[in-house]
Write a protein that binds this ligand. Structure first.
Ligand SMILES: [Zn+2]
Length: 431
């Protein structure tokens, strides 16, 4: 657990006079004690210098050695400022002191209660909560995959829709489903976003959801799974994008900014090895890329990007190799025989779309030989019918494994829509 967040600055009290501000106030906790309100100050002020505590004001006190007229008496003239009307003075009891102490902190308490903690997570009963850590990552084929196959006229119309706007991609629906059930799915998205918008602002403006239209219309070969959400506030948009995945019982979707993403981490999937050891595969991939010929090629790709200085080009290649991350996918074929496959991930040092595409194309066609465990080659990737990620088949989808997951699971329908494994077994992912 981290340290508590420091309290926000205490707002100034414009009606409080300088003399009140300068009045000493008991402050057992030091710097974080809020300033009492003026009313409370008035109650406390007499207690600061009670006349009975001063022997000079005590008519029964006759010790001349303590008289204010006695030389070297350090009390000086301060007693002359003490209020002379004893009827306004009241010594709070212990109980009253306790009440006053709590009331003195009322503003700070109210302020704490009205703010979200740094670990705040929106909890709306209609949606499953964010799991510890975060939702699994959905891997795409390239930075602008969400706009793939979109009708050009529709894309231009989407460009002209004013911000705030964002995209959602619905889980467990193929593009064909969406084309056939556009009205129902649009309604579900609209209702879900409206629940979140009304949580952010009471009486939020009606949300608008624009269904996509693929290039080629009803006879399109490539279907789409994205919708544009607009007529929302910045706060609603940020909240939805931050949580990223929203799962209710009737719809689950991934929210994406209306922009190009950073190049995907997933480069390709290798198969053909006789080992399922991720360390062996990791070392082999790093060795292949670091081989002199291949390293020169990788340098050449980076030098066509925004990275121009020679030293930074070399650094980009080193960073790419250091960022290699391997995930083992335990594919099974009929009869339960394991066919180990490995996803290769990296963090792209460049955001240049062409550089990244050329680099991935080059790395994709290389041979990946091990000494004893055969040679790996890249295999085709198919999107998961549940989450649309390219990193796994539906049988290995990590979403149904998330605690309290209320979204779609592997079903006969999803099994029929894509390549699946006979049972879910997940290998480790190492970097
Ligand atoms: Zn999946």
């Amino acid at each position: 657990m981290g340290q508590p967040t420091p309290l926000p600055p205490i707002p100034s009290l414009p009606t409080m006079s300088d003399s009140l501000l300068n009045t000493p106030t008991p402050s057992p906790h030091g710097t974080q004690e809020p300033l009492p309100t003026p009313d409370l100050m008035m109650l406390r002020e007499p207690h600061v210098e009670l006349p009975m505590s001063n022997p000079a004001m005590d008519p029964t006190h006759s010790d001349l050695t303590e008289s204010i007229h006695t030389p070297n008496n350090m009390q000086g003239d301060q007693n002359m400022e003490i209020p002379t009307n004893p009827t306004t003075l009241h010594t709070p009891t212990t109980e009253e002191e306790a009440i006053l102490t709590h009331l003195a902190m009322v503003e700070t308490n109210r302020s704490i209660m009205s703010q979200n903690s740094p670990h705040h997570r929106t909890i709306l009963p209609q949606f499953m909560p964010i799991p510890t850590g975060s939702f699994p990552k959905v891997h795409m084929s390239h930075s602008a995959q969400i706009f793939d196959h979109l009708n050009t006229k529709v894309l231009l119309a989407w460009f002209q829709v004013v911000h705030p706007k964002f995209l959602v991609r619905v889980f467990n629906h193929s593009g064909k489903d969406i084309t056939e059930r556009t009205t129902v799915i649009t309604e579900h998205i609209c209702n879900s976003v409206a629940i979140i918008a009304n949580y952010v602002h009471q009486d939020a403006a009606p949300i608008q959801v624009s269904p996509l239209q693929p290039q080629g219309g009803r006879s399109a070969k490539n279907y789409l799974t994205c919708f544009l959400v607009h007529n929302t506030s910045d706060e609603t948009k940020e909240l939805i994008l931050n949580q990223h995945i929203w799962s209710a019982t009737n719809i689950t979707f991934e929210a994406l900014p209306f922009a190009c993403q950073h190049p995907p981490d997933l480069l390709f999937c290798l198969s053909g090895f006789t080992t399922s050891n991720v360390e062996t595969v990791h070392k082999m991939v790093a060795d292949v890329w670091a081989h002199e010929d291949n390293r020169h090629h990788i340098n050449d790709f980076f030098s066509t990007s925004e990275i121009v200085e020679e030293e930074l080009v070399y650094k980009a290649t080193r960073d790419l190799i250091r960022s290699i991350c391997i995930e083992h996918l335990d594919f099974k074929v009929t009869g339960g025989l394991s066919v180990p496959c490995f996803n290769i991930f990296t963090t792209s040092p460049t955001t240049n779309a062409k550089t990244w595409m050329d680099l991935r194309g080059f790395l994709h066609i290389l041979d990946y030989p091990t000494g004893l465990d055969s040679c790996g080659t890249a295999i085709a990737l198919h999107p998961c019918p549940i989450c649309h990620s390219l990193a796994h088949p539906c049988g290995l989808c990590p979403f149904p494994e998330v605690l309290l997951w209320n979204g779609p699971r592997v079903s006969n329908r999803t099994m029929a829509n894509g390549p699946c494994t006979s049972r879910r077994l997940r290998g480790g992912r190492t970097g």
